[in-house]
Design a protein around this ligand. Structure first.
Ligand SMILES: Cc1cc2nc3c(=O)[nH]c(=O)nc-3n(C[C@H](O)[C@H](O)[C@H](O)COP(=O)(O)OP(=O)(O)OC[C@H]3O[C@@H](n4cnc5c(N)ncnc54)[C@H](O)[C@@H]3O)c2cc1C
Length: 386
């Protein structure tokens, strides 16, 4: 069983409940997910039967409260994300999207009827959701989106295209962001609504064990109560992204730990020039750098979780952590990939899969550059993006 990486005894900082949650997710990933991931990655599919299993374990929207939701603390929630991404970024993405990008906006901005209708079924994994913000021509600048909503009697009519939407083709419900009278609002669009389709994107060389789709909205008519009443402006989707980015901060640790562990055990076994690869100083330097990077990222994640639990976390702090931890994981994965030599490019091992996944994780939920500019603005008061 995977032991994790814990050079600074962070274990002693965790509550018994947090440890128990982490260990149960770790076991689940080990027994139920890892045996499947290679074949699904090859075929470019997600094992959908896993979603209700995540629901049964209480891992979907786990840090939300009320409506029968578990309401676990944010450090425990982070550990859930860490363990899921140790399996695969695609697995963590499913849980992140469902919890932080679909359940959270319904929970935070929805009407009582919307919450009653959706939260329990999404938590159980019986219903699947997706979050449609990005468009073909608007990724880093979602405020310029072209998707529009128009009021027509007791209905709204939606038109536009969303791109790169996780779970789009398999979703029962899409949270679609569109401009109504020039203001960004959230709408709930159900699968099967005439004019709404979600073709899958099949060209990915990254996050292959995850469904990614386009959302096409052509004169899609939804009832007036499909509008999320609490949304107005870009702040709505950005608040969702803060929740999801928080999960990524921890998820990236899981991917990095998996790569580190694989590189360490591989180089301790592999012999070259008559001795183990781990015995060479250059290898040991790489291992020391990886361990240091993971340990620093763990401390960032833990303190961020504590700030979130205390209600003091700022979105800019999440930007720092997402930017740092994902780039750290990508660097660790790339280094680990090299340390496995030719085997490092084979899917008999994990490193290349994690490395390729992390390219997406580095891009989605705000690219490295965008989070750099968020920090730049926070430091200088000057917005380099406007
Ligand atoms: C696998 C996958 C799943 C995804 N899932 C979802 C989802 O579920 N829902 C959703 O809405 N979106 C999703 N996305 C989309 C993702 O959020 C966007 O790809 C991301 O925001 C970047 O947008 P873009 O791809 O259009 O890149 P662009 O915005 O075109 O950026 C291209 C490059 O330009 C850089 N750049 C842009 N602006 C600046 C600037 N001002 N200064 C310096 N550099 C800049 C970027 O950092 C990047 O390197 C997903 C993406 C992927 C890959």
């Amino acid at each position: 069983m995977f032991k994790g990486v814990d050079y600074y005894d962070l274990e002693s900082e965790l509550s018994p409940e947090a440890r128990m949650i982490r260990d149960s997710v770790r076991k689940f990933v080990e027994h139920e997910f890892l045996p499947l991931v290679r074949d699904h990655y090859r075929s470019g599919a997600f094992p959908m039967h896993i979603v209700p299993m995540l629901g049964e374990l209480g891992l979907l929207g786990a840090n939300l409260t009320g409506y029968g939701l578990p309401g676990i603390d944010n450090v425990s929630y982070g550990l859930v994300m860490q363990e899921l991404e140790r399996g695969d970024s695609g697995l963590r993405s499913v849980a992140s999207v469902q919890g932080a990008l679909v359940m959270y906006p319904i929970h935070a901005f929805g009407s009582e009827a919307q919450k009653e209708r959706w939260l329990r079924s999404l938590a159980s994994g019986k219903a699947i959701g997706c979050f449609g913000l990005t468009e073909p021509d608007h990724g880093s600048d979602p405020g310029s989106m072209q998707t529009k909503a128009k009021k027509d009697g007791s209905q709204y009519v939606l038109n536009g295209t969303k791109m790169w939407i996780t779970n789009g083709s398999v979703a029962d419900l899409a949270v679609v962001w569109a401009k109504l009278d020039g203001v960004i609002r959230g709408f709930l669009v159900e699968r099967g609504t005439p004019g709404f389709s979600a073709p899958e994107i099949t060209s990915k060389l990254s996050l292959r064990a995850s469904v990614t789709s386009e959302l096409i909205l052509e004169d899609v008519r939804v009832p007036a109560d499909s509008l999320l009443p609490g949304t107005s402006g870009l702040k709505g989707p950005l608040m969702c992204l803060t929740q999801a980015r928080y999960g990524i901060v921890w998820g990236a640790l899981g991917a990095a730990m998996a790569c580190f562990e694989e590189a360490l055990s591989y180089t301790k076994e592999r012999k070259m020039f008559g001795r183990t690869v781990a015995s060479f100083q250059l290898t040991q330097a790489k291992l020391a750098d990886m361990l240091t990077a993971i340990t620093a990222a763990q401390l960032i994640a833990l303190q961020l979780g504590r700030l979130k639990d205390a209600g003091k976390m700022r979105p800019q702090q999440v930007s720092l952590a997402k930017r740092h931890n994902v780039r750290m994981a990508l660097d660790v994965a790339r280094t680990a990939r090299g340390m496995l030599g030719a085997n490092g490019i084979s899917d008999e091992y994990q490193v290349m899969r994690h490395m390729c996944n992390l390219e997406s994780v580095d891009t989605y939920e705000g690219t490295y550059e965008i989070h750099t500019l968020v920090l730049g603005k926070d430091l200088t008061g000057i917005d380099a993006m406007s």
